[in-house]
Write a protein that binds this ligand. Structure first.
Ligand SMILES: [Zn+2]
Length: 260
């Protein structure tokens, strides 16, 4: 660890790019980049020590045995959105995929891993207020790099849409896309696709930091979403019916390979 810190502080010095912080008089003063990095890493080490001290050996033993997460979560990389906002112990519970704009298209393998290999009963798409990716897509992002454009191109929202509406539109369309992709798992009652928004800016006027559930397997009526038991019970018979139909339908003969 000491060696890592040394390397990082050398890297910090080599960058020689001063960061700025406010001094005691509220004036902007140049701070050596390495000072910022060392303080950050020391903070991580201190927090990690607390974490080790407040979690029992049994907790880590359970994690060591393997994972059976409850949800595959696709969320934005935005640093302001973290699992501790809605889950006090996400370890082993959330299989998380992050990218700009919480989109499935550029993370399909990871999402499939969660749904097909870890069999999470929930696939959650989580957007958030004041999303930079959504702001970019609803404006002009033609000057971005190809790598960034590739990811933003997967998001379809109207131009000039206000940010929180764009965020909701994107979450709904991610849910729709996932429902098509995982139609079989949903029909068999093995998967529920959920759309949510973390509203730390209170743009939806229901409290800063509120997690809003806005879509459950395509249902977006707030009154119905408030009553999850009834909603999921109603979706169940359909799933059971589909599963029964699948069981009684004779398997199709394998398609002959195409010859060219
Ligand atoms: Zn974002």
């Amino acid at each position: 660890m000491k060696r890592l810190l040394l390397l990082l502080s050398i890297a910090g010095l080599a960058l020689a790019k001063p960061a700025y912080a406010l001094d005691a008089h509220g004036q902007e003063a140049a701070v050596d980049q390495s000072t910022v990095i060392v303080a950050f890493l020391n903070g991580l080490r201190a927090d990690n020590s607390v974490y080790m001290g407040t979690h029992k050996i049994e907790f880590f033993a359970a994690l060591s045995k393997g994972q059976t997460p409850k949800a595959t979560v696709v969320t934005c990389s935005d640093s302001r959105v973290q699992a501790n906002m809605f889950d006090r112990s996400p370890e082993g519970e959330l299989f998380t995929v992050r990218n700009i704009g919480n989109q499935m298209a550029t993370a399909e393998g990871s999402v499939e891993y969660g749904v097909h290999h870890l069999h999470t009963p929930v696939l959650l798409f989580l957007g958030h207020s004041r999303c930079g990716a959504i702001a970019a897509v609803s404006g002009n992002y033609s000057k971005e790099s190809d790598a960034i454009k590739r990811e933003l191109d997967t998001i379809t929202i109207a131009k000039d849409l206000n940010n929180i509406d764009g965020v909701r539109t994107n979450v709904h369309s991610q849910v729709t896309g996932a429902m098509l992709k995982f139609a079989e798992e949903i029909a068999a009652g093995q998967l529920t696709v959920i759309g949510a928004v973390m509203d730390f800016a209170d743009d939806l006027h229901q409290g800063a930091g509120k997690l809003h559930l806005i879509n459950v397997n395509g249902e977006t009526d707030p009154a119905k979403l408030d009553n999850l038991n009834t909603l999921l019970a109603k979706q169940k018979p359909k799933a059971a019916e589909a599963a029964a139909k699948k069981a009684t339908t004779p398997a199709k003969p394998a398609a002959a390979p195409a010859h060219h």
